[in-house]
Design a binder for this molecule. Structure first.
Ligand code: NAP
Ligand code: F7E
Length: 362
């Protein structure tokens, strides 16, 4: 049985990756930070009580701001694979807390790489790099495109990306960067654009919200479906040689198009409900991101199946059902027909949203 360590297991990607690895038979160790309220809603449905002898999911406390936990865990667990997903991941927030973002999102990676190096661990390491690193570089972007970061978050990710390569080339670690373009799901944090929009659509239909205030409607992003992207992470670590990969759909759409698509899916005229306000603009914007993932398609045999309109339908359906409103249902059917297994509506959406009502112990 392979053993994996996942940082950021309570996040969007961490929760999907946890499901994937458990389905593949892994013994899984997840790192979560201590909070005064429950922060485990995305993994409560797969939580196993510590008293269950045969359990395969183990949770440990740890914070990227310190090193005490990571050295101990790398020594004592001897994981085969480490997926480093934890980060302060919000671009706009990184302008408000740049020093913290540099510490957690940048130095956090070095703390883990150092633990692997010092312990002599043979673990394969995955770094969650980001398309934000391209910033103002012309589209489409691939593994050769130079980075032109436009936020403290992006700068921190460029540092972490570079340190991952330095530890690979300098110390022979099996360390890879997945340069992932935006990927979304019903489990996306509520303050990211797509989820903010699909939640608002559901609430407007339910009559509990009147207006939606957004920032820049003109920026374009390459948006995909998150569970497909965690599969790419796993494939990257199964390669004999560590390498870096761009992962995305190759299609780009503006924020305005996402808004239009999500609102019209629920039969709403977006122009009646959406206003743009300075409050949600960033000091610098990344205007256009488009993935060229030719390398991943060939070397990983990876290609996305969920398209832009599918994604909006899946997310609107989920947010409508979560608040008890009947959804159009197309998104639900897409998951059942195009994907299957752990992507299924029941597993990927309902169980998780229901779990959000309760909370795991510890
Ligand atoms: P997310 O939902 O924001 O999850 C971030 C995770 O990191 C959460 O589990 C969070 O814990 C944890 N975390 C934050 N600060 C921490 C700290 N100081 N110590 C320990 N854990 C901490 O992010 P995501 O969308 O799943 O993304 C996963 C990774 O991929 C991130 O590194 C992100 O920057 C990167 N990425 C994301 C995208 C995307 O489109 N989603 C694209 C490219 C790269 P809490 O649950 O307690 O907050
Ligand atoms: O913004 C615009 C905003 O915050 C998308 C993170 O996962 O993906 C994510 O970063 C776009 C931007 O994602 C609002 O200005 C307009 O142009 O959903 P977002 P992001 O900044 O692209 C990358 C790949 C990561 O690595 C990050 O971790 O939408 N936008 N109005 C808005 N964005 C937000 N959040 N809120 C608005 O009201």
């Amino acid at each position: 049985m392979k053993r994996a360590l996942v940082t950021g297991i309570t996040g969007q990607d961490g929760s999907y990756l946890a499901e994937l690895l458990l389905a593949k038979g892994y013994e899984l160790h997840g790192i979560m930070r201590r909070a005064s309220t429950f922060n485990t809603s995305r993994i409560d449905h797969i939580y196993e009580d510590p008293s269950v002898p045969e359990r395969r999911l183990h949770l440990h406390y740890g914070d990227l701001a310190s090193t005490e936990w990571i050295l101990n865990l790398v020594y004592s667990l001897a994981p085969d694979e480490i997926y480093h997903l934890a980060a302060q991941s919000h671009v706009k927030v990184s302008f408000d807390i740049p020093e913290y973002t540099g510490d957690v999102t940048g130095l956090g990676t070095v703390r883990i790489l150092e633990a692997i190096r010092r312990s002599g661990s043979r673990a394969r390491f995955y770094q969650a790099s980001s398309s934000e690193m391209y910033g103002s570089a012309p589209a489409p972007q691939n593994e050769q495109t130079p980075f032109e970061p436009r936020s403290p978050y992006a700068a921190a990710k460029v540092y972490a990306y570079s340190m991952t390569r330095i530890y690979r080339d300098g110390y022979g670690l099996h360390a890879s960067n997945g340069i992932l373009f935006n990927h979304e799901s019903p489990r996306r944090g509520e303050t990211f654009l797509t989820r903010k929009v699909t939640r608002a659509v559901a609430r407007i239909v339910a009559g509990s919200q009147d207006m939606l205030y957004l920032g820049n409607l003109e920026a374009s992003r390459d948006w995909g479906y998150a569970p497909e992207y965690v599969e790419a992470m796993w494939r990257i670590l199964q390669l004999d040689h560590a390498e870096d990969f761009v992962i995305g759909t190759g299609e780009t759409h503006s924020v305005r198009e996402f808004v239009q698509t999500a609102f019209s899916y629920a039969d709403l005229d977006w122009q009646k409900y959406v206003r743009s306000t300075d409050r949600y603009y960033r000091p610098l914007e990344v205007n256009r991101l488009v993935a060229d993932c030719t390398k991943a398609r060939a070397a990983l045999d990876w290609a996305p199946r969920v398209g832009f309109e599918d994604l909006a339908a899946i997310m609107v359906d989920a947010d409508m059902e979560a608040i008890g409103v009947k959804s159009p249902g197309k998104g639900k059917r897409i998951l059942e027909e195009k994907l299957g297994r752990w992507h299924q509506w029941h597993l990927a959406v309902t169980k998780c949203l229901q779990a959000a009502q309760g909370g795991a112990s510890e």
